[in-house]
Each structure stands twice: as C-alpha cells, then as structure tokens.
Design a protein around this ligand. Structure first.
Ligand SMILES: Cc1cc2nc3c(=O)[nH]c(=O)nc-3n(C[C@H](O)[C@H](O)[C@H](O)COP(=O)(O)OP(=O)(O)OC[C@H]3O[C@@H](n4cnc5c(N)ncnc54)[C@H](O)[C@@H]3O)c2cc1C
Length: 492
C-alpha cells in the first residue's frame, strides 16, 4: 500500500507557480506531496520550531533565482535563501513560503593579482576554506554567515566574514539581478552587510582574502573541578586580561561555561614563542590559577571539547531541539561585569534550575580589526562590543522540546548581568547578535539586532522591498509599513 500526500489548494497554487517559473526540470524543486519532503528537503535545524514551506527550490543560475522571486512576489509569498541551513530559528525555511536553497551555486575563482575570490552564494565555509587555502594559501575569517556578521576566532585578526565582502551579485524583490558594492547600489550593499536576509538573495560574493596565517597555537584550559566560586575568580582574571586595550589582535579567546565547569580556549595566530611571551604576562588568568593545560584525553575533557565543537562549529550543527540567546556588551567605555557581578553570575549558574544537562554559556572576545570599522560603515551594529555572550541549550530528552525552565535559566543569565550592571550605573546599552536569532525577543528584536542602524535599514527596505518579499519573523520592516503592521503580524 502506498502513502499519498495531498496538496492543499494553496500548495497546489505554489507548485504551479514554481513550475511555471523553472520549467520541467524536476531536480530544481520539491513540494510537500513528496514522501519525506520535510526530512529530505526542508531539513529543519531547530526541531523546536516547526515550519512547512510550500516549496523548496534548487536554482542553478541567478536567472532562475530571479524567476522564483518574481513568481513569489506576484503571489505574495515569503522567500528566503538557504545556505548552510543553520539558522537557530529556521529562518531559511519560511512557513508557507519558498526556500531558495543555494546548494547548486558554488562556483569559485581566484584573481591571483588582486587576491579577490569570487564565490557562489551556496558555498559552505569548509568548502570555501579548502578552495582558498589548498591552491592559494589564502584565508578569510571563519564562522557564521557573511550577510549577518560572521564572527570566528580570526575575526580579531581579519575582521568579520562580512568585512571581507567587496561586491555582490544579488537578486532583489522585483526580480532584478544587481551588482552591489561601494560604487553600485551603495545603500543596498550597506544593508546586505548585516541584514542580508531582509533585502535579497546573494548569488555571488566577491571577497577580499588574506594570506593564511603560518604557525598558530591552539590552546584550551579546562577548569572542571573545584568550586563555582573558584571558577568565578578565573573568569574575573580572564576579563581583566581581555580588557587590556593593547591586547594583540592575534589572540582569540573564549570562556565557555557548561555543566562540567569553565574552559578558556582559543587560537593565537603567531608562533609558539610569541604565545609563550603573551601568557607570561602577570595578569594572565591561567598562570594565576596554575591550571594551564593542553587538551587532555580524560573523559571530562573530551566531553567538554566535543560540547564546544557542537556549539561553536557549524559542522556540528546536527538538528536538535535548541534554544539560543545572546547579549552583546556594547559601548565604548569599560563594559565588563565587575567582580561582585561575576560572583553573582556564578552563584546564579550554580543554583539555578537548568532543565537540561546540555547548555553552554560562551563569552567570546570581539574587538580587534572588527571594531576598527566604523559603526555606520555597514548595517552590522555591534562594532563597539568588547565581548559577546552566546548562550545555547539543547533538550536532553531527545524527542521533547527545550523546556520553559531551560529558557528561563538562559534568560536569567542575561538578567543577572544586565541588572547588576544597571544597579551599578556602569552600563546600560546591550544588544543581540543577529546570527543567534531568538524568537523570545518579540517586538524588540530588530532594535536589539541592528541598534542605531535600524532606521536606515527600514528606509532602504522601503525602497528595495516595500512588499516584504524577503521576510522572516524578525526581518527589517519597510519604513512605510511601520505603525501600520505590528512587527510580528506579518503573514509568513
Ligand atoms: C552550531 C552553530 C554554530 C554557530 N557558530 C557561529 C559562529 O561561530 N559565528 C557566528 O557568527 N555565528 C555562528 N552561528 C550562527 C550563524 O551565524 C547563523 O546560524 C547563520 O545564520 C548560519 O548561516 P547558514 O548559512 O548556515 O544559515 P541559513 O539558515 O542557511 O541562513 C540563515 C539566514 O541567512 C539568510 N541567508 C543565507 N544565505 C543567504 C544569501 N546568500 N543571501 C541572503 N540571505 C541569505 C537566510 O535566508 C536566513 O535568514 C552558529 C550557529 C550554529 C547553529
């Protein structure tokens, strides 16, 4: 006996539209009546957020992308590009909309005079690294997506992924295929560098590349035994160390707190000798604690290591019931948590009910080259953050969602920090990294993601996409629609 999947009238209408746009080659699209459609084509990353797009498309050319966008615009459907598919809220799979999966758009070429690489919009980070490094000894900053930010260990050295973008080919809401750069469609280019999903589908990036670093040192120190108060002291020292305004941008560092304890890890883009000199500074936290280690093979260290890989590397993004939250510590002044604040935070971590064993609080040092770019140079709005907190939890019950207890725990971490700083009158300006999307931010989301650049983004949205063809639950709204439609009222 076969299994039949029946399309609704609306789904049939979308199927006809897509087929009209792309023709008879059925490798270019899939519809919900296909067996295993959700599993084989939609492939949601966050199993807690269920969406069911009306079609998943696999265009091979910018013209095909343009045809899909034109058809969707005419029918009033949402369209979103999909690259790695690791949006924490599945924004690349719009409910009742069309997915433009860019997996067939991975061309690559290198200009060996300018060292600018031309890269298809569907190229994944690992693939890009290989194309750049193996034949050319070149590199770009790692992590995240170049239309959002793209923060990784080498961002202090090279800038974010989006700081490498010098030109793009982009399909906009009316189906035009445009080139955008500092000299062509400058305002659109500005918006695409930080809020790309709201403005179009980038089918090609032209990237500035850097000579790949030579010797690098990767380090990790785990504090998996001892009291939470002791870990708080290590964290205080770590904060003091990263607050040094002269800290070399070759040094990347992360403090990760998990069920197992605290780990300080990162990469130094220089020689081992240079690194040794750096760590010999008297205020280096690991010297103070005397617990400097290399990665060990005991079970706890292995677990901590693996857990970090899952959280920090896109390759580890296995579908899961997940929830993430961020806090960007913006502001030009000293925006660290003071020592009593750190004690309060660690006491909260020790005593709060977490609802799961799989949770991470990841404090990532930002700054370096990323923060030398002026805030108004791109839509990305966190150039003044010294560090970011990314918190992340996965349900350990496998088939059930992230519990309210877990969400409350992560929200509580942010609250403890913000309330303490506010009470001290130290600092009141916080934001959220738009790569770690969080539906719980509600109507505040856009303001937290794009801060003072939001008004300009809304103006540009009204020019290029007034009908909100490119939309997700937290996309930029066009200036004209503000006040008329509440942020979360958009039909997706
Ligand atoms: C396990 C894990 C690790 C992470 N680590 C990091 C990290 O180290 N650094 C960091 O900065 N972020 C990190 N993130 C967050 C990451 O930045 C976002 O999840 C990002 O959206 C992933 O990009 P993607 O292509 O995989 O996602 P997708 O889901 O494919 O896309 C995400 C959003 O970008 C839009 N988009 C994708 N491609 C295009 C395009 N060509 N044109 C226009 N819009 C496009 C989509 O429509 C969607 O709205 C991590 C996320 C996960 C799940």
């Amino acid at each position: 006996m076969g299994i039949f999947f029946i399309l609704s009238d609306e789904e049939r209408r979308v199927r006809d539209l897509v087929k009209n746009a792309l023709g008879s080659d059925d490798t270019l699209y899939a519809f919900p009546d296909e067996p295993f459609y959700q599993f084989d084509h939609v492939k949601l990353y966050n199993l807690d957020i269920r969406t069911r797009p009306d079609a998943v498309t696999y265009p091979k050319t910018p013209e095909q992308v343009a045809a899909i966008v034109r058809a969707a615009a005419k029918a009033g459907l949402a369209v979103q590009a999909k690259s790695g598919g690791h949006s924490y809220c599945n924004f690349s799979s719009p409910d009742r909309g069309i997915v433009v999966d860019l997996r067939n758009m991975k061309r690559f070429s290198m200009n060996t005079e300018t060292w600018r690489a031309t890269v298809g919009g569907g190229m994944l980070l690992g693939e890009l690294d290989e194309c750049l490094y193996s034949p050319h000894n070149r590199a770009v900053a790692h992590g995240g997506h170049a239309t959002i930010g793209g923060l990784g260990p080498s961002s202090r050295l090279f800038g974010m992924a989006l700081d490498h973008v010098e030109e793009v080919e982009v399909v906009v809401a009316d189906g035009q295929i445009l080139r955008a750069s500092e000299t062509q469609h400058k305002d659109l280019f500005w918006a695409l560098k930080g809020a790309g999903a709201s403005f179009g589908i980038i089918t090609e990036f032209v990237l500035r590349t850097e000579e790949a670093p030579g010797e690098t040192v990767q380090y990790k120190y785990s504090f998996t035994s001892g009291s939470w108060a002791r870990m708080a002291d290590v964290f205080k020292s770590w904060q003091r160390f990263i607050a040094n305004p002269n800290l070399t941008s070759k040094f990347a560092t992360t403090a990760t707190i998990t069920t197992l304890g605290l780990a300080i890890s990162g990469t130094f883009y220089g020689s081992n000798d240079e690194f040794a000199q750096l760590s010999l500074k008297p205020d280096f936290p690991l010297r103070e604690t005397g617990s400097k280690t290399t990665v060990r093979q005991n079970w706890l260290d292995v677990l901590t290591h693996e857990a970090e890989q899952v959280a920090l590397k896109l390759g580890g993004g296995i579908p899961a019931h997940a929830y993430t939250k961020t806090l960007t510590f913006n502001g030009s002044k000293n925006n660290l948590l003071d020592d009593p604040g750190v004690d309060e935070l660690f006491s909260y971590i020790e005593h709060a009910d977490k609802g799961t064993l799989i949770w991470f609080l990841i404090f990532d040092l930002a700054g370096g080259k990323t923060n030398t770019v002026p805030m108004e140079a791109t839509a990305y709005a966190h150039r003044d953050a010294l560090y970011y907190l990314q918190s992340y939890a996965i349900s350990d019950k496998l088939i059930t969602g992230v519990s309210e207890t877990t969400k409350k725990f992560l929200a509580g971490v942010n609250e403890v920090i913000v309330n303490h700083m506010k009470a001290d009158g130290v600092y009141t300006d916080y934001g959220a990294y738009p790569g770690y999307v969080d539906l719980e931010l509600g109507t505040e989301a856009q303001k937290l993601y794009w801060r003072e650049n939001l008004t300009e983004l809304e103006r540009i949205k009204a020019i290029y996409d007034p009908g909100e063809v490119f939309r997700n639950p937290q996309s930029v709204r066009p200036a004209v629609a503000k006040g008329r439609i509440a942020t979360n009222d958009v039909k997706l």
